[in-house]
Write a protein that binds this ligand. Sequence first.
Ligand code: 13P
Length: 279
Amino acid sequence: MALVNMVDMLSRAKDKGYGVGAFDFIDIKTLEGIIEAAEEENSPVILAVPERLLGIIDMKSLTRAALAYIECTDIPVALHLDHGKSFDNIILAVKYGFSSVMYDGSSLPMEENIKNTREIVRIARAAGISVEGELGYVGRNINAETLDSDFFTKPEEAKRYVEETGVDALAVSYGSVHGMYIGKPHLDFERLRAIKNTVDVPLVLHGGSGLSDDDFITSIKNGICKVNIFTEISVRGMDRLRNELKKDQELALVLDGLKKETRDVVKRYIELFGSRDMA
Ligand code: 13P
């Protein structure tokens, strides 16, 4: 099956009522762990490259490695640029063979976000790949208990944004936060339901790490088709590496621990999101 367009993958998830995990990877071991988990679960999966780490990650070579791994697997995989804010990086993602990009204009005024997203959609369409847009703002490392709901996605604005840009998927804000949660998150499911009833495209939940199982299940029941996870891979990977290092063994085994920890994190989410055996 190998590389697929993300919109086809998410349309299927939307019809059948499950979620597909989008897991950020930063090196070969996290990449291997994600693919191995999806293979063992017979699940579709989205491999995401976080734009904010491109100063550390070499996009071109890591993408080539990812495409080689994707070619060697039978499960459907989408290769996605996560939180693309720079026009140049989005064009590079198209050039390097990504099957999907996110344009994140969520911190811009609505008109500018619409204008930029529309331009990205036009380019992505020509390249035959899909686009995720974001409306409303999902913060990072801020107290989830005291969020200002003014930054949450407004259903009527979501309708206009989707209609005027033509995005294939929409990231929405209804109480989640990127990074480790500070304070208890209270997701606004009524708002999510209202957005789902207003727009037709698959919805995306950002800031997955640290939400409860019930939060995920209720979100997926109410229109979320793609769930983004990164912090948990990062935190659990660091813990695992610390433990492996204590064992005083060779480097290959230490790094294998990172792959296995990533695989275990991803497998649990695949089962929770209901995408097992949906490859
Ligand atoms: P976490 O890092 O909070 O899991 O969020 C991931 C994410 O939304 C990436 O776009």
